[in-house]
Design a binder for this molecule. Sequence first.
Ligand code: PHE
Length: 336
Amino acid sequence: MIAKVANIKSEVEAYQFDENQKAETFRLLYLSKKGIITELFEEFKMAPVEEKRTLGGVLNGLKQLAEAKYQEQKEKEAENNVGDLMAHDITLPVYQTNEGALHPLRIVEDRLLEIFYSLGFDLSEGPEIEDDYHNFGALNFAEDHPARDMQDTFFISEHVLRTHTSSVQVREMEKGKLPLRLVMPGRVYRNEAVSSRSNCFFHQIEGLYIDKGVSFADLKQTLYYFVQQFFGEGTKVRFRSSYFPFTEPSAEMDIWAGVETEENRRLTKGTGWLEVLGCGMVHPNVLKSCDIDPSFYTGFAFGMGIDRITMLKYGITDIRDLFVNDVRMLKQFAGI
Ligand code: PHE
């Protein structure tokens, strides 16, 4: 065995590193678990005792030699790598890449949801293809209500494309777990002629809070807080009475944009007020449809158009720009 070790020692000494024979090739050949030197140590265990005495020292010497050779080569290779990098001009600007961007609707939706999450609202989503009951019936729409007309609603045989996210309110109330404090974003559809101001689908966020003792004051304060967070501290709001079949009383909320600029006069049709959302106290008939006793529970609901708020926020004047996915438009939102 002594002779064998001496042979391998001269082999290791003569080993030449080159393009194909790098430090790692060397390590695998001699020093790895199945490497030649490691196997010699296994053989050593079986050697006769008298041979072991000399052999031990020789073997250890061989191992140290191989390890030193490996380390030296490894360091050289590392230096070469740095050398290669330095051969390039690292001050050159990087290549232009196509950085992804969130869609402006997503940016606004995320921000809106975040504000309501901070008030303890949870997220829920419902189906876009609904039945008449969840979109209209349970929400106290009369049998002959004009919204049920073919002119306003897309029908798919027995089903409808939901015309608002209020249908998700019903799906949640039906589950029978109270209290409820939810925001429900999603796409809605209306059978309207497409123009710069209206599209056949758009997006809403619905809010719902049902518990014992929820009042109109809670609704006002919740929405007031939302406006201060989203549109800025000090933004003025007003509530105008309105009508929805599923809330009573109902209101629409406006924010004060002012009439100082041409843009504000155009957007507010000269009034200075911008309509932001519809809201109200959940109608007792709606609670009853969902097996909730209106003599114990009350609640408020609101619904706002994400598209409209996005257009206001970024000064987008044509709603269709939100849906054509022109990268020249979308790119502007990278990093926002
Ligand atoms: N669903 C109503 C709409 O689409 C908005 C709304 C939601 C109003 C909840 C009141 C309460 O216009």
